[in-house]
Design a protein around this ligand. Sequence first.
Ligand code: FAD
Length: 431
Amino acid sequence: MKIAIIGAGFGALAVAYDLSKDKNNSIEIIDPNDSAGGLAAGFKEDGWDWTLEEHYHHVFDTDKAFKQFLSELELREQLVYKKAKSSTLYNGKIWQIDTPWTLLKFKEISFLSRLRTGAVLAFLKILPNGVILEKFKASQFLILTMGKESWKVIWEPLFVSKFGRFKDQINLSWFWARVNPRTAALGYFEGGFRNLADLIVGKLEKMGVKFNFFHKVEKINKIEDKFILSLIDGAGKKFSKEYDLVISTLSSPIFSKLIDLPELKQDKMLGLGAMTMLLRLKKKILQDGTYWLNINEKNWPFVAMVEHDNLVSNKHYNGESLVYLGRYLEASDIEYQKSTEQLLADYRPYLKKLDQDFDQNLIEAKVFKAPFAQPISFINQSQYLPKFNTSIKNLYWVSMQHVYPFDRGINHAVSSARKLAKHVRMETSAS
Ligand SMILES: Cc1cc2nc3c(=O)[nH]c(=O)nc-3n(C[C@H](O)[C@H](O)[C@H](O)COP(=O)(O)OP(=O)(O)OC[C@H]3O[C@@H](n4cnc5c(N)ncnc54)[C@H](O)[C@@H]3O)c2cc1C
């Protein structure tokens, strides 16, 4: 069977790995980028030994599907875990808040609020399945259980920055999924996740999978029992190719440009885009060892600062310090259209509060944008979840929108993709 997989993210790599075990399948992966990895894609600057992701990436120790996938690929040894420090910037001060003990020391809220917050987090940590919480609004639940003070100081800034105008519509399952799998140790793949993607591509090629990088799918048509994909290559040349079965790994707004399907038009399948600025610096901004800094200050233009070299040694990046500034917003937002120069001008006064010598310290700023990067989990979202099957026979779909109650993650992309591969194998062997 001739199979096309649209997209070369980690989901696509996992599907291809499982389906290529069947020697009757001939599999092609199509992606407009020059390499695999999708949202976890990376690049390498001159003088660096390791690649670096465009958007900050790490995995948790609880990411079982990802670890299992790496074990099967004989790459598990290169996934290295290290304890990472998480802190919060509030009222001009950096507070480490990543354990019950450090939470108890967070004096910006009353001791009772700290106790209530800790108790609710402990409950969510031990609750094995958070989907049952989807009928509650996270904001209401957190105010009721942790108290108004905790909500205002710790959680509301997170919801505002992650979800903007949707902040009061997010369900409690999303919050559970954010708290429950987190581990103190974070994993990073030696050489970067781009290196991992390249290694998997090499292994898949040996298994017979063909990669069409610099190729974008523009339209999907079905004529009788064949799919005709309209493609455009990097040089702008248009042509079409025929397949028996197609698997899309695109999120609904992108997938819906390729084919008109009712299931892609659900108004409960919304998401926000991500805009990440990467700063290449001569020295660290977060000198206290913090890897992840939540920005809980009012009106700061970015919501998280991630000091990559507080997780991974800067010896792999020619001694440079690498700092990400994360932000989520709708792709239609005027802010999302801003250039690197405009964004740097906006961010500079805030960066100078953390590093007075910021201008002398800066080597380069880069901005990476992803129009769909954060699905929104509404009340009772499980009723609106997309299925693997589309309304067209032999056109399958797996994406970030399939991994609920989790909102995204390489681990979940791999896990859902492997479930899809099993489902496709079952359906195609039965027909
Ligand atoms: C800011 C940010 C931070 C993140 N941090 C983490 C983290 O720390 N840990 C973690 O595990 N996950 C993280 N993620 C999420 C993680 O990157 C994704 O969940 C995961 O990579 C999704 O993989 P995927 O294969 O489902 O989709 P994608 O990676 O989105 O892959 C889809 C692919 O489709 C391709 N494509 C698009 N249009 C077309 C077309 N017309 N024709 C052909 N191909 C097309 C794209 O180029 C892309 O390669 C983060 C994401 C973002 C945005």
